[in-house]
Ligand binder design. Structure first.
Ligand code: ADP
Length: 162
């Protein structure tokens, strides 16, 4: 059976912190599905389709990474796609407390599903999608925080708007 992991998140937008987690996790799994979770109560900055296209473009160098969108419980989506692992990144102690609760809840619901928590590299631990959105809102430079293709995509989008 192939080892399949789901890397779930909002990825609004995908950052170099996210990319680093996926690339470091690649040797551990046969396939990683980046699952963009649909938050029904919150409209994101980037459309789901737009997020998906940007992330797909970033991983064209490997066929081990696929991108999908999902709604509902993460465990249900894992069941649907036959993923045995949930991959999450840890930046801070606060992340850990949050992830521990979610991982234990998921394990209670689905005992065969393992959550793998991967520590971010120190230089990426201050990067979050929320910070990138804040910088964008005030016309700051997001280049150091997002992958090159995503930077270009976002800049094109900003220029088309103005
Ligand atoms: P969510 O809204 O579910 O927290 P995010 O898109 O913010 O989704 O993040 C998805 C996953 O990536 C989470 O596990 C988060 O902790 C992790 N992550 C986010 N930013 C970083 C980073 N800079 N380094 C490592 N992991 C990160």
């Amino acid at each position: 059976m192939i080892k399949k992991a789901l890397f779930p998140g909002s990825f609004d937008p995908f950052t170099i912190g996210h990319e680093e987690i996926v690339r470091r996790a690649l040797p551990l799994f046969d396939e990683i599905i980046i699952g963009i979770g649909i938050n029904t109560s919150k409209k994101g900055l980037f459309e789901l389709k737009e997020r998906k296209v940007m992330i797909e473009e970033l991983f064209t160098d490997t066929d081990k990474v696929k991108v999908d969108t999902f709604s509902g419980l993460t465990v249900s989506f894992c069941e649907l796609i036959n993923a045995q692992y949930i991959l999450r990144g840890l930046r801070t102690a606060a992340d850990f407390e949050y992830e521990r609760t979610i991982a234990q809840l998921n394990q209670a619901m689905h005992p065969n599903l393992e959550t793998i928590l991967m520590l971010s590299q120190p230089q990426y631990s201050m990067i979050s999608s929320t910070i990138v959105r804040e910088i964008l809102r005030f016309d700051g430079d997001i280049k150091p925080f997002v992958p090159e293709n995503i930077y270009r995509h976002i800049m094109d989008r900003q220029n088309n708007k103005s």
